[in-house]
Design a protein around this ligand. Structure first.
Ligand code: TYD
Length: 139
């Protein structure tokens, strides 16, 4: 069963260097899934929100590659707000988690590592339908 407790900030390796820091991510070692897809959002206008949806099966790691933003997670019972502002922190988001992103700083870049290819059928776009199924899964 998936719930908010499974979602957490993962500390990624950071090689500090006066020439510029370096972070790397190895599939299945630093993230708890095989990476099948990468996408990123950028040029997000101040004040906009993104990602009001949930996924049935998708695992994701969300990283503020540049700038900062908040990710609000909701498992149908509880909500938690995470502020991401470092490129060596990743927020692991398990399946069955409603999420939206807001509070974008200007020039921020949100990188997402995902466990499968894009599949429109994996989405809940309707919050009430999501809450209903999340409730059923706990019975
Ligand atoms: P979506 O996941 O709905 O983002 P948001 O909820 O923040 O708007 O994606 C927006 C659009 O981009 C949607 O039409 C689907 C498309 N898309 C892809 O084609 N491939 C992808 O990997 C992703 C993430 C989105």
């Amino acid at each position: 069963m998936y719930n908010l407790e499974k979602c957490r900030i993962i500390d990624l390796p950071k090689i500090s260097d006066p020439r510029g820091n370096l972070t790397f991510i190895e599939a299945s070692r630093h993230v708890p899934f095989e990476i099948k897809r990468i996408y990123y959002t950028y040029d997000v206008p101040g004040g906009s929100d993104r990602g009001a949806h949930a996924h049935k099966n998708l695992h994701q790691l969300i990283i503020a590659m540049s700038g900062s933003f908040d990710v609000v997670l909701d498992d149908g019972f509880d909500q938690k707000r995470f502020h991401l502002n470092r490129s060596y922190f990743g927020l692991y988001v398990c399946p069955m988690m409603w999420r939206y992103l807001d509070n974008f700083s200007s020039g921020s870049v949100c990188l997402v590592l995902a466990s499968s290819l894009y599949d429109a059928d994996d989405y809940y776009r309707d919050y009430d339908a999501f809450v209903k199924d999340a409730g059923k899964a706990r019975k």
